[in-house]
Design a protein around this ligand. Structure first.
Ligand code: ADP
Ligand code: MG
Ligand code: MG
Length: 245
């Protein structure tokens, strides 16, 4: 089943008006892992941010359908509730708000949307403890304020913790490998793999081959000057969990 279909997407920077995306085409099926590579400045982060509805950018043409719905009509929050997740290249700090409270709020918003009862603090603690184990992270992450004083590597891990808690049908991971040493990269990559199921899809943006050795994509796309100019099918490197419907 098609999860995301992007057709001729063009977008510009909201203030300056300069055109960054110049006609992106991409189709992602349920359960597929895709990677986008390309030189710095080619538009990879812009594409990711346009998909989640970042206010810095304005869509000027094309269509994006996510789970059969017009994604471009949805507010950023609705996109997230619909099952789209993005980890940012530079995660923001939220001083004064603990990770635990932040995640509980976000998770309960999703449950509400699914007509499930909200989890109280204790029930949530149970839930999040299990998720922390899955991604092999320390409980001390919970009591710290969101990204405040975190090292680069801790911020990346915290993004994956958010993904683990919120879940997503499509996780967009923008350079989760940047600034990580080899061991941390292995950890973060394995945490993502741990979260994958045959239905879940990933779109990862990276400069480096080394991430693709851990999270193995089915397709690698090359972006150049705001367009996908080349796509390679990594036939022998399909995620073992992937199977066609
Ligand atoms: P990549 O992620 O591939 O390195 P980006 O999407 O970050 O590329 O950037 C693409 C181009 O758009 C670059 O030239 C960058 O300077 C420019 N750009 C992106 N976002 C902004 C912004 N908010 N303000 C000004 N220029 C931007
Ligand atoms: Mg860049
Ligand atoms: Mg980028």
């Amino acid at each position: 089943k098609v999860l995301l279909e992007v057709k001729d997407l063009t977008a510009k920077i909201a203030d300056s008006g300069s055109q960054i995306l110049k006609g992106v085409n991409l189709v992602i099926y349920e359960g597929e892992i895709h990677a986008i590579m390309g030189k710095n400045g080619s538009g990879k982060s812009t594409f990711s941010k346009v998909l989640v509805g970042h206010p810095d950018y304005e869509v000027t043409g094309g269509t994006v359908v996510f789970k059969g719905e017009n994604l471009l009509d949805m507010e950023p929050e609705e996109r997230s509730l619909a099952g789209l997740f993005m980890s940012f290249q530079s995660p923001v700090e939220i001083p004064g708000v603990s990770n635990n409270d932040f995640l509980r709020m976000a998770y309960n918003a999703r449950r509400k949307k699914l007509d499930l009862p909200e989890l109280g603090p204790l029930e949530f603690y149970d839930y999040i403890s299990r998720r922390l184990k899955i991604v092999n992270m320390d409980t001390n992450f919970l009591n710290r304020n969101v990204n405040e004083g975190f090292s680069g590597g801790e911020k990346k891990r915290n993004e994956i913790l958010q993904l683990a808690v919120l879940g997503a049908d499509l996780a967009i991971l923008d350079e989760i490998d940047s600034g990580l040493d080899v061991d941390a990269l292995q950890d973060v990559g394995e945490a993502v793999n741990e979260l994958l199921t045959p239905q879940k899809s990933v779109l990862m943006v990276t400069h480096y081959q080394r991430l693709l050795d851990i999270i193995k994509p089915k397709f690698v796309h090359i972006m150049e000057d705001g367009k996908i100019v080349k796509t390679a099918l990594m036939a022998l490197r399909v995620n073992p969990q992937w199977h066609p419907d």
